[in-house]
Design a protein around this ligand. Structure first.
Ligand code: ARG
Length: 497
C-alpha cells in the first residue's frame, strides 16, 4: 500500500509541488525560512502569462489534449483578472509558481495537472524575472526620459543665467546654468541607453530549459517566445536557468542612474543652503524640524542621495550571491528577487521625487550673480588671451597670477581693473577688464561642447533629438501577444502543424 504523501496537491493551506517522496512534514520554521511567496508574489502577472503561453504551446504541439490546454488558458486568465481586481489573495503556497498551479487545480481540476509538463520552476522563475524586468525597464526608462524633459525645460527657461562653475568645490570658471543642467541630462540619457542595452539582453526566453537539461517533449520554444514577446530563446539550457547576469546588469545600470541622481541631489542640497542660496525649493518637497521652528530641510533631495547607497548594496548582493555557485540552479538564487525589486522600487521612487524637486525649484538670479564676484574666475581668460597674442602659456599663467594677487589685495574684480592698470602688467592686456567679465569668459568658450551660448544652443537641440529618440524607442515597443486577451494565445493547432 502506498504511504500517504506529505501534502495533498490541492491542500490550499500549503500547496506544494513535490510531496510524493517525503514521509514527514516540513518543519514550519524551515517552511517560513524557505518560502519566497512574501516577495515573489510580485511576479504573479509574469508567472501567469508565462503559464498561458506554455499551456498554449503544449496544446498546439499535441503534448497535452487541446481541451485541457484551453481549460488551463481560460482558468489562468480568470485567475489573473481576479488578482488584478483584488479579488484573489496570493497566500498559502511556497512560492508564486506553486500558488498559481494549485489555484488552477482547485478551479479546473485534473486538466491543471498537465500544466507543469516539460517545465520546471527553474526555467519558470528565470522567465518570470526576465519578463517582469523587461516591463520595469520600460517604465524606468519612461521616468528617466521624463526627468530629462524637466531638465531640458529648465535649461531652455534659463538661457542666459551664468553660474560659477566649480572644481574642488572652489569657484573655477563661469558657465551657463543651462550648460550645467544639460550635463545631468546627458548622464540620464546614457542611463536610458544602458537600460535599453540591458533590455536587449534580458529579451531572451529561458522557458524550455526545464530543470537544467532541456526536455524530451517535442516543445516549441520559439512559439512560447513569440507569445511572450521575447526576441528569441536562450540557446543553452544550463545557461538559461543558471545565470542572472541580466539582473546584475539591470541593478548596475540603476546603481549608476542613482549615482547621477545622487550627485544632482547633493548639488540641490548645497545650492539650497543659506551660504549658497542659488535655489529656493518648493514647500511641497521640503520638511521642517520638530524643534527648530525656522528650519526648511531639503529632505527629498537628501533621501535621493541616501537611497543611492541601497542600490549599490543590491548590486553587491547579486554579484556575491552568484559568484560562487556551481551550475545550474541553486536555491541561493531565490535571493536575487528582493535585490532586484528594491532596485526597481528605489529607481521609480527616486526618479519621481527628483521630478517633483525640479518642478518646484526656483533659481535665485541675484544670489547667483553675487557669487560671480570674489572668485576671480576670469583669470583663465586673461592667460588665454595673452597666449593667443603670442606669449607662451606658462609665462601668461605666471603673469596673470600676479594680476590676481594685485586685484585680491585691493578687493577688486578682474573686470574692475582699468586699462592702465592692465597695461602696467602687459600692453597686450589693455582690454583685460572686458575679457574677464563672466559674460566675456562664457562667450569665449566656443569649443565643441563648450559653454558659449551658441554651443549650448546646439547642445539643446541635440538634447531634444536625444529625448525624441528615447521616446520613439518606447513608443515602438510592441505589446507581447499574450497580453492581448483575444489574440494569438488561443490554443489549437497552429497553421501548418
Ligand atoms: N522560489 C524559487 C526562486 O525564487 C523558484 C525556483 C525554485 N526551484 C527549485 N528547484 N526549488 O528561485
Amino acid at each position: 500500500m502506498a504511504e500517504p504523501t506529505r501534502r495533498q496537491p490541492d491542500d490550499p493551506a500549503s500547496a506544494r509541488l513535490w510531496g510524493g517522496r517525503f514521509r514527514g512534514d516540513l518543519d514550519p520554521t524551515i517552511a517560513a525560512f524557505t518560502t519566497s511567496l512574501p516577495f515573489d508574489r510580485r511576479l504573479y502577472r509574469a508567472d501567469i502569462l508565462g503559464s498561458i503561453a506554455h499551456a498554449t504551446m503544449l496544446g498546439r504541439c499535441g503534448i497535452v489534449p487541446a481541451d485541457d490546454a484551453a481549460a488551463m488558458v481560460r482558468g489562468l486568465r480568470e485567475i489573473l483578472s481576479e488578482i488584478d481586481a483584488g479579488l484573489l489573495a496570493i497566500e498559502g503556497a511556497e512560492d508564486i509558481h506553486t500558488f498559481v498551479e494549485a489555484t488552477l487545480r482547485r478551479r479546473i481540476g485534473d486538466a491543471a495537472s498537465r500544466l507543469h509538463t516539460a517545465r520546471s520552476r527553474n526555467d519558470q522563475v528565470a522567465t518570470d524575472l526576465r519578463y517582469y524586468l523587461k516591463t520595469e525597464i520600460v517604465k524606468v526608462v519612461g521616468r528617466v526620459v521624463a526627468l530629462e524633459q524637466v531638465l531640458l525645460a529648465l535649461a531652455e527657461g534659463h538661457p542666459s543665467v551664468i553660474v560659477p562653475g566649480y572644481t574642488h568645490l572652489q569657484r573655477a570658471q563661469p558657465v551657463l546654468l543651462a550648460h550645467h543642467l544639460l550635463a545631468y541630462l546627458w548622464m540620464l540619457h546614457r542611463d536610458a541607453g544602458r537600460l535599453r542595452d540591458v533590455f536587449a539582453r534580458t529579451d531572451a526566453l529561458p522557458l524550455g530549459a526545464a530543470a537544467l537539461a532541456g526536455t524530451s517533449y517535442p516543445i516549441d520554444r520559439e512559439l512560447v517566445a513569440s507569445l511572450l514577446g521575447f526576441a528569441g530563446v536562450i540557446p543553452n539550457s544550463l545557461d538559461a536557468v543558471a545565470d542572472r547576469d541580466f539582473a546584475v546588469e539591470f541593478t548596475a545600470a540603476v546603481a549608476v542612474l542613482m549615482a547621477h541622481l545622487s550627485r544632482l541631489a547633493a548639488e540641490i542640497v548645497l545650492w539650497s543652503t543659506t551660504e549658497f542660496g542659488f535655489v529656493d525649493l518648493a514647500d511641497s518637497i521640503s520638511t521642517g524640524s520638530s524643534i527648530m521652528p525656522q528650519k526648511k530641510n531639503p529632505d527629498a533631495a537628501e533621501l535621493i542621495r541616501g537611497k543611492a547607497s541601497r542600490v549599490t548594496g543590491d548590486l553587491v548582493t547579486l554579484l556575491s550571491m552568484l559568484r560562487g555557485l556551481p551550475l545550474a540552479y541553486n536555491s541561493d538564487m531565490q535571493e536575487d528577487k528582493e535585490a532586484v525589486f528594491d532596485a526597481v522600487d528605489t529607481a521609480h521612487a527616486s526618479l519621481q521625487a527628483m521630478g517633483l524637486v525640479l518642478h518646484g525649484i526656483r533659481f535665485n538670479g541675484e544670489r547667483i550673480a553675487a557669487h560671480l564676484r570674489g572668485g576671480l574666475m576670469g583669470a583663465t581668460e586673461l592667460a588665454d588671451a595673452l597666449a593667443t597674442r603670442g606669449m607662451p602659456f606658462r609665462e601668461a599663467h605666471e603673469l596673470v597670477g600676479r594680476i590676481v594677487l594685485y586685484a585680491q589685495d585691493r578687493g577688486r574684480e578682474l573686470w574692475e581693473l582699468t586699462p592702465d592698470e592692465y597695461r602696467q602688467f602687459n600692453a597686450l592686456l589693455a582690454d583685460g577688464a572686458e575679457l574677464a567679465t563672466p559674460a566675456g569668459a562664457v562667450a569665449n568658450k566656443r569649443s565643441a561642447g563648450g559653454t558659449a551660448p551658441a554651443r549650448v544652443a546646439e547642445q539643446l537641440s541635440a538634447a531634444r533629438t536625444a529625448v525624441t529618440e528615447t521616446l520613439s524607442w518606447l513608443a515602438a515597443l510592441p505589446a507581447p501577444p499574450v497580453e492581448r486577451e483575444t489574440a494569438a494565445a488561443e490554443p489549437g493547432p497552429a497553421p501548418g502543424r
